[in-house]
Design a protein around this ligand. Structure first.
Ligand SMILES: [Zn+2]
Length: 365
């Protein structure tokens, strides 16, 4: 095989280097994917800093979480994956052997890792060795079970956003959000929040409320569906009263916590008061400090607080199909593309980006 370019992290906290390395040889049942776009998100700066709990792959590491591309080589025996297929490569890796994988709950795998990113525990290292190439690279190898076929209606830029869209989608499904639901989104202006709004609209959610800090993005969100979406700038009023006014005095069925990294816990704790009795709060954000919850409030109100981590390939396929038929409109996401050589610039620019409608992608070609 020949050579390819890849952005590699040689030391946590240092800029990426563009290196020429061997094009990886797929394992017998795996495929080779030519990467068209790889999504990046603000949190990537924090992950590759090495300052947090994430277990980074061995250095130098080809980073890159969300890749979309074209199958360049597939084993002859495969009938379901063909060369030329447009695909999203789901970076979630599970071991297939632990208690959870054996119990058909791979999303709970105790050794899980996100390819090109980190392991959830030190035991994720083995999976990161099996699939060492992330999306900031011209090629990567993947097991067919990690591929999600993208119809022509899903652009590669949109496919490279599937990781964060899927995270919001799985959380909304976990909360049984749909027609008739009232939901509120804490951190509605960010990557997860904006994605959650687009998906909630596609899922038929009746009322979508949310708050954040970026007033321009709040306005943009309301403009998409003024009768369904309402937003509040954090600090402009009490959350509980504002939500009650918009839900017949009842409160929302679902509260989605999409707190960005470094966000404070106090407004999240305040947001609990926005739930109706029997409501569910789902955490997909990056709140890093302890959250003060009142157990009596959870007992008497029969409230739930739960986490949701990533999404299944089946859920990614559902999203692709929703785009294909026009149910999910991703056109409000505006791509901002960088060549591979400018990946460090992209990661710097994304710190100053103006909210979750911007879709930062790197094009390794
Ligand atoms: Zn497992």
């Amino acid at each position: 095989m020949g050579k390819m370019r890849a952005a590699r992290l040689h030391e946590p906290g240092k800029p990426f280097q563009i290196d020429e390395i061997d094009i990886p040889e797929p394992r017998p049942q795996d495929v080779l994917v030519k990467v068209k776009m790889c999504g990046i998100i603000p949190n990537m700066n924090a992950i590759v800093s090495g300052k947090y709990w994430h277990h980074l792959p061995p250095m130098p590491a080809v980073i890159g979480l969300d890749a979309a591309g074209v199958v360049a080589r597939a084993p002859k025996a495969r009938l379901d994956v063909r060369e030329g297929d447009r695909v999203y490569v789901n970076p979630f890796l599970n071991c297939g052997q632990c208690y959870y994988c054996r119990s058909h709950t791979p999303m709970l795998c105790s050794d899980a890792a996100l390819r090109g990113y980190f392991g959830f525990t030190p035991r994720g290292a083995k999976l990161l060795e099996d699939y060492p190439i992330g999306g900031l690279s011209e090629y990567l190898t993947a097991s067919p079970q990690h591929l999600v076929k993208l119809p022509p209606e899903v652009s590669f830029e949109q496919g490279a956003r599937f990781g964060y869209l899927g995270t919001s989608f799985a959380a909304l499904r976990r909360a049984s959000a749909g027609a008739g639901s009232w939901i509120a989104i804490h951190g509605i202006t960010g990557t997860l929040g904006v994605g959650a709004v687009l998906l909630a609209m596609a899922m038929g959610v009746t009322r979508i409320l949310g708050w954040g800090r970026n007033r321009n993005v709040l306005t943009q969100l309301r403009t998409m569906a003024p009768n369904r979406i309402d937003t509040l700038a954090l600090g402009d009023g009490g959350l509980k009263e504002w939500v009650r006014e918009r839900t017949d005095g009842v409160g929302v069925d679902v509260l989605l916590d999409c707190t960005g990294r470094g966000g404070p816990a106090a407004p999240v704790a305040e947001a609990v008061d926005c739930l109706r009795r029997g409501g569910v709060m789902i955490n997909i954000g990056a709140l890093a400090e302890p959250l003060a919850l009142n157990p009596t409030q959870f007992m008497t109100g029969a409230l739930q607080y739960r986490g949701s981590n990533w999404f299944t390939n089946a859920e990614a396929a559902l999203m692709a199909d929703m785009v294909r038929v026009g149910a999910l409109d991703l056109s409000p996401l505006k791509p901002r593309a960088y060549p591979l050589e400018q990946v460090n610039q992209a990661l710097s620019d994304i710190k100053e980006r103006s909210g979750g409608f911007q879709n930062f992608v790197v094009t390794p070609e």
